[in-house]
Design a protein around this ligand. Structure first.
Ligand SMILES: [Zn+2]
Length: 305
């Protein structure tokens, strides 16, 4: 196979000028920095999964300003040539494999893969269309810790994102969690996926995570730190590990180095694409008790603990 995802080196570093934002003119906009992103953190583990290998154009790192709706260089040919500004997975449609497709309970999957152990640093959500089996939209924000001193934040970001060359875009764009959630709700509303007035769960959509940590543990923790109530749409989710285990009777082969949440989300979306073409149905695997939300009910008998 030619130019597959599995042929992309795990970490590619391209020396490029990062996009300058109008409000960051004090930053050295023409400084050469390394932007790297991995489209293949599952390199070996899912190479057998991803067989629908399209003839791809040259791999480019995602523009991390664009993913957050903040790219100001869309008319700069050099910038467009250097960074990817298309959220689609660009997987080849294999007509023969579409025969296996099953009716899904949800029209959309919201693929979420948080980053940040102490506090959430990155909140990436891909909107995956179950019919077209592609990523049709995305919501991506870098998150500024709520209860951390400036000096500690700088160390934390240097350690986490410095080696990836994305610490500057983080500092340029990160906003507090409460603001991220406000903007996320506007984004959901614009896509008719949720309405505040109606409360409750999502409309036609469900979150998909890899493991239970993101929605069982981290989001409630971060809500407490930010002094917020847990938003109602975080009450249930699909843990892809459990669905995979029950469908293929083996563990999901996702492993390895996780760097940028947006890249990990892309990898999860590729696995979803593959599972759907194999005939899997993605159902909820976990639900919080509405009366005592700290209690989580797991809906599959066979699951990865
Ligand atoms: Zn851009």
């Amino acid at each position: 196979m030619a130019m597959g995802f599995s042929r992309v080196p795990l970490l590619r570093r391209l020396p490029v000028s990062s996009p300058a934002l109008p409000y960051s003119s004090s930053l050295q906009s023409n400084r050469k920095i390394n932007i790297s992103a991995s489209l293949s953190t599952t390199e070996e583990s899912t190479s057998s999964l991803i067989q629908d290998t399209p003839t791809r154009t040259r791999w480019k790192p995602m523009c991390l300003y664009f993913t957050q709706g903040k790219c100001t260089k869309m008319d700069d040919p050099l910038h467009i040539d250097t960074f990817n500004h298309n959220c689609s997975l660009e997987l080849m449609r294999n007509a023969a494999r579409l025969e296996n497709l099953k009716q899904q309970e949800f029209e959309y999957f919201l693929v979420l893969d948080l980053e940040g152990k102490v506090e959430i640093l990155e909140f990436p959500v891909l909107l995956f269309d179950a019919k077209t089996m592609d990523v049709v939209d995305l919501f991506h924000r870098f998150v500024r810790p709520t209860k951390m001193h400036e000096e500690r934040i700088n160390q934390y970001i240097e350690g986490k994102y410095g080696k990836l060359g994305v610490d500057r875009v983080w500092h340029d764009t990160a906003i507090p969690f409460a603001e991220v959630i406000e903007q996320f709700e506007v984004w959901l509303g614009e896509r008719q996926l949720w309405r505040n007035e109606l409360g409750g769960c999502l409309n036609k959509a469900a979150f998909v995570t890899c493991g239970n940590w993101d929605l069982k543990t981290k989001v409630p923790q971060q809500c407490t730190v930010a002094g917020m109530k847990l938003p109602p749409y975080f009450m249930e989710w699909i843990n892809l590990k459990d669905v995979f285990l029950n469908f293929y009777k083996r563990r999901i082969p996702l492993s390895g180095s996780h760097h940028l949440g947006i890249d990990d989300s892309n990898n999860i979306a590729r696995v979803i694409h593959h599972m759907l073409t194999d005939g899997a149905v993605l159902q909820l695997t976990a639900k919080r008790n509405p009366r005592s939300p700290e209690k989580v009910e797991f809906l599959f008998k066979n699951r990865i603990v």
